[in-house]
Write a protein that binds this ligand. Structure first.
Ligand code: GLA
Length: 349
């Protein structure tokens, strides 16, 4: 009897240990909520290989799938960076979010010109279509969602659509047309409108109008991407939760597409630190905690969450908005070890 009890005890402890071990990584811990992803580039895909395999279920190419990178000159396609990332995703059974087709930045100059002058509406639409066809053909097996249009809404209070070559050359229907084309070319893919400052009330109203009008017109938009470039002071949980409820009310999927939590307010161009101050690390920990608490509670409405980077050794926030100012916005530190924020994101039942 004693031996039987001892055996049962040992088996239970082993199971408990195995259970804990498999829950020590993000992707297993969140498997009943949403896939957690990371933006990667040609360098981080190698330098963070282990971290990516252990913790993440989805990848986004930070730059490699943008038109400027992949189609830098007329007729010259440059697939190697995107291929490397897509192959990594395929080999490791990961999902990919495609980023991005129609954006006012990181487009190659040739896209908007023809025979020494500006391109006309028809040719520009033809170029967008060709671009989508080539990308779909090459990556459709691994990319399940595309940011079809990125950042089309203006930050100016009185202005609706952001001035861009697409708006100027094609006209206001360029967003609808991009979604119709994408749907025709890749009917299986989830099609997203992606933007920043979606929690800002004025900008949110404009984005809401854009999406609800598109839905009324029968435009095939599946979801909204909230970029999620936030900071240790913002957003409050209720603001995030209200936005999620509002957009889910339109029947849209919601992805957090570019999550990071900066040490600095966007307006703060002065502060800088050699090391992350413990008091601010604590604030970051609390912010991540409150963001993820909302996201988990709304996992019926939020289908994916992607960090804009893997670990603090490589982040766009080291270059923006202040060039050369070190920032520590992610869950893993510069040595790729888990930070307090990692523990708080993992700390739930
Ligand atoms: C925006 C874009 C991303 C990336 C970030 C900064 O949010 O959508 O592709 O360029 O800015 O890295």
């Amino acid at each position: 009897m004693k031996n039987v009890l001892l055996c049962i005890g040992i088996i239970l402890s082993i199971n408990l240990l195995l259970g804990c071990a498999s829950n020590m990584n993000l992707k297993d811990k969140y498997k009943d909520y949403f896939p957690l992803g990371a933006a990667v580039n040609a360098a981080t895909i190698t330098s963070s290989e282990d971290l990516l395999k252990t913790h993440f279920k989805s990848l986004t190419a930070e730059n490699e799938m943008k038109p400027e990178s992949i189609h830098p000159r007329l007729g010259k396609w440059q697939f190697y960076g995107a291929d490397e990332i897509a192959d990594f995703a395929r080999d490791n059974n990961m999902l990919m979010r495609g980023h991005t087709f129609v954006w006012h930045q990181q487009m190659p100059g040739w896209f908007f010109s023809s025979m020494g002058g500006p391109v006309d509406r028809e040719l520009l639409l033809e170029r967008v279509k060709e671009h989508m066809e080539v990308m779909a053909e090459r990556y459709n097996d691994v990319v399940y969602a595309w940011d079809v249009v990125n950042e089309a809404i203006s930050d100016e209070k009185e202005e609706y659509l952001r001035p861009s070559p697409f708006l100027k050359i094609i006209g206001e229907d360029y967003i609808d047309l991009a979604f119709h084309m994408a749907h025709e070319i890749m009917p299986e893919a989830k099609l997203f409108y992606n933007d920043y400052s979606v929690l800002d009330p004025v900008k949110q109203d404009k984005i809401y109008k854009l999406l609800s009008d598109m839905i009324d017109r029968g435009v095939p938009v599946d979801g909204i991407g909230l970029q999620g470039h936030w900071d240790i002071y913002y957003p409050e949980a209720h603001i995030l939760e209200e936005a999620i409820e509002r957009f889910a009310g339109l029947g849209l999927d919601i992805h957090i597409t570019e999550l990071d939590v900066s040490f600095f307010k966007f307006s703060d161009r002065d502060s800088r630190y050699k090391e992350p101050p413990p008091s601010l690390l604590k604030m970051q920990n609390e912010r991540y905690d409150s963001i993820f608490e909302v996201l988990r509670r709304n996992h019926d409405k939020v289908q994916a969450v992607t960090f804009w980077g893997v670990a603090d050794y490589s982040t766009w926030l080291d270059h923006f908005p202040v060039k050369g100012r070190k920032n520590w916005p992610l869950l893993f530190d510069v040595d790729q070890n888990p930070k307090p924020a990692f523990d708080s994101v993992m700390d739930f039942r």
